[in-house]
Design a binder for this molecule. Structure first.
Ligand SMILES: C[S@@+](CC[C@H](N)C(=O)[O-])C[C@H]1O[C@@H](n2cnc3c(N)ncnc32)[C@H](O)[C@@H]1O
Length: 282
């Protein structure tokens, strides 16, 4: 499949280390710890990988100020729950314990978390971001990067047997992202009936989230955990008012995921809160 740079305008460098990354990455590390604590080899497929490592003193991060309101505040916080300790440790290590200038993306976190028998496949559609990703992950064992569409590639690369976790973290620039997530989850489960997935979603207005969750309940025959982090009242549907995670057929992480979303919403938001609840497939 060809890489079409023009298809993607989104650049995660503007958003790296923001509140939504903290929720996603703290939850991802908690999940990776559970999945790699024991058990047979695990394949991790990252459908929308990004560049792997972000410069927080570059023009994009400076312009948005999102990391200042996110990871910089987490690193200074005295009351963050234990669920953030693994992320804080990685960020401290990347910055030699000093000011936060570098922030890890999902590829860095996953590549650090896998065991020697596990595999990691990272998909990134933008050629420039993919090139950077290749450099960041160069020399790692059992790691492949692909400059391909992540939705289609996840299904093709999903092993038919054995343990697989798929991380789906699109920029939601395309109108069909929600539909493609549902299709991808359905196809993954057809290919491997034990496939697990972690999906990141923005919360702008409630109906968009609710209709996506209804589609999941109708079409994906697997247990789901939903964790919401609402940063503020959903008064303006044009703004990102929070974010949510959906964990398909994962271990029971309701408590840690609620703690992660709750702290981010209360400490970094404006009158927000977090919660986690199960969806029941039809
Ligand atoms: C939200 S960012 C990913 C952040 C990354 N998962 C992390 O946590 O560090 C989304 C990325 O997906 C890429 N992208 C957009 N559409 C894609 C597609 N169909 N397949 C693969 N990558 C895509 C964008 O270029 C962007 O780098």
């Amino acid at each position: 499949m060809t890489c079409y740079a023009a298809q993607v305008n989104y650049l995660h460098a503007f958003h790296a280390g923001n509140f939504a990354d903290l929720v996603k990455h703290a939850a991802l590390l908690r999940l990776m710890a559970a999945l790699t604590a024991k058990g047979p080899p695990l394949t991790v497929i990252d459908t929308h990988a990004g560049r792997g490592l972000y410069n927080l003193v570059g023009p994009e991060a400076r312009k948005s100020g999102e990391a200042e309101a996110g990871i910089v505040r987490l690193m200074q916080a005295k009351d963050a729950p234990a669920e953030f300790a693994p992320l804080i440790e990685v960020v401290s290590g990347l910055n030699a314990g000093g000011a936060v200038q570098r922030y890890p993306g999902s590829p860095w976190l996953i590549a650090e978390a896998i065991r020697t028998a596990d595999r990691y496949i990272a998909c990134e559609l933008r050629p420039d971001e993919h090139e950077a990703l290749r450099g960041v992950l160069r020399g790692r064992q059992n790691v492949r990067t692909l400059c391909k569409d992540g939705y289609a590639t996840a299904v093709v690369e999903c092993p038919r047997d054995g343990r697989v976790l798929v991380l789906i973290d699109p920029p939601f620039e395309q109108p069909d992202d929600y539909e493609r997530i549902v299709e991808t989850l359905v196809s993954l489960r057809r290919r491997n009936r034990t496939a697990q997935a972690l999906v990141w979603l923005p919360i702008k207005d409630l109906e968009t989230l609710d209709s996506f969750l209804r589609d999941l309940e109708d079409e994906v025959a697997a247990p789901m955990l939903v964790a919401e982090c609402r940063m503020k009242p959903l008064a303006d549907p044009m703004k990102m008012n929070g974010c949510a995670l959906v964990l398909m057929d994962g271990p029971d992480l309701a408590e840690p995921f609620a703690a992660i979303g709750g702290w981010v919403a209360q400490a970094l938001g404006a009158g927000g809160d977090g919660r986690a609840y199960a969806l029941t497939p039809q």
